[in-house]
Write a protein that binds this ligand. Sequence first.
Ligand code: ADP
Ligand code: ZN
Length: 603
Amino acid sequence: MEEARRILRDIFGYDDFRPNQAEIVRTLVEGGDALVLMPTGGGKSLCYQIPAIARPGCGVVISPLIALMQDQVEALRQLGVRAAFLNSTLEREEERKVERALLAGELELLYIAPERLLAERTLELLERAALALFAIDEAHCVSQWGHDFRPEYRRLEILHRRFPRVPRIALTATADARTRSEIVEQLDLRKARHFISSFDRPNIRYAITDGGNARERLWRFLQREHPHDAGIVYCLSRKKVEETARWLRARGRQALPYHAGMSAREREANQQRFLREDGIVMVATIAFGMGIDKPDVRFVAHLNLPKSIEAYYQETGRAGRDGLPADAWMAYGLQDVILLRRMAEESEADEHHKRITRHKLEAMLGLCETTSCRRQALLGYFGENLEAPCGNCDNCLRPPTTWEATEAAQKALSCVWRTGQRFGVNHLIDVLLGKESERIRRFGHHRLSTFGIGGELKAGEWRSLYRQLIALGYLEVDHDGYGALKLTEGCRPLLRGEERLELRKPRRIERKRTAKAAAAPEFDARDSALFEALRSLRLKLAKEQGVPPYVIFHDSTLKEMVVAQPRTLEEMGGIGGVGVQKLERYGKAFLEAIQRQIPAEIA
Ligand code: ADP
Ligand code: ZN
């Protein structure tokens, strides 16, 4: 462990292990197997990188994320670690070079795509090499129920049989119990030690807003909180991705689209810009993001409802991997609820699978409509109990006001009943508000007892009420394609007056947040100027080498430089994230940049 600590300090530039990291590293260094469940940004990579360096032989990392291997390897080389990768992007000649280096014992870490690893030729190569460990990254890919299923992952149990002496570590950020047991089963990790970290991401602030004009509200959120930051905006459809990206660009943001309808080349180009430039907003369908390693994504915004809490957690988890404050912001509306319900009903899946899909959507809606702490609800869904409300979600920071909605709900429900359960929300609202339209007359709805009884609420408020009644299961949406609403069994007690209903009030004005300033003091003008200077130096160095800026230094490292203002190389070496190698390569340049910014009399 002495050696492991030295590597942590000298190579990676960190003083202490994070919770669980030390025990995981010890387990592997001593030759044991481990299963690691840790949230995104928790620090999984060090758990295998350090033992791979500390143990004799090369550590083999299996990852499905071919597009990222080059950056991962580059980041290690920047630290002075001898790393390489083998995947389909390499030329034959480069491949041979890597293989020779492996056999000569010159590699500490080798990244391999699963299909490449499983080729008999590769297995034989590995048998001739000295191996420190196998790390199976993104281990949830073995799960057939998950969204990232990779058939090759199921064949990885071969490692245990062919390399019985080489320790294995499987890692994932997917939390649910079912996936976990599938990993243990499929990868034969029954004897492995299990390390399960809390899935809380305290630096992420959750906010879910409802009501109309989501795009305009997104804009206000971006302007107020993230005028220059990089982030991701998720939309459900390709069309909406294109439109939203165009719209943001028209308003002066650097926004790029990403969806499955684009060519692989365009997608790759946009992803590279997102990784390599500062302040890009990626507007994407969920096709974007798995394994996006960018640590300084400052916000993830959803313009549509994700279809499950698992998906929401995974997508929002791409924000703030560096541990600095980040936002998970979502706007959702009635259309989302109707659309997702319909998609669940119309899918080809069998009845059992459909029930699971429905159940997951209900849970997601529950999270949206809750009036108490979002984080407690979110972690509770994964079986984790957070003692007190978090103080860092919208409901904690600005407790929603509720209103006594029983009577209005009764009106809304009986209007559904009176019109024969054949009409969608817009028509129902017209009836409640007593609109004398041609359509209303055609159906004779101006003669109904519910015609014009809803004057106490505005159209938007009725919409919000209908959405909540659907979300809470009092109404269901017919999947005939027209969105007709139907009563469910569950609405009887409410209609009979045996049950009362409290609902959250839509927020009209979004007040300025105040708590953020207390949580993370913003830089003053001079500090900001220094931070910007360090950032542009970093960008220049990154461009020269063709690597993403965070491969040089993370934002958190630059911020620490701003606060500590080191004046000597020794002081610089004490900054988190500045190891021996990086101190040598970049220490002087950054010291000079700091000195240029600070007036001489202070320095
Ligand atoms: P994950 O793979 O779990 O999403 P990473 O391995 O990318 O997370 O680590 C997330 C961030 O935390 C990285 O910036 C990494 O350098 C940093 N980190 C990891 N371990 C430590 C540590 N012990 N001390 C300080 N920073 C750490
Ligand atoms: Zn909270």
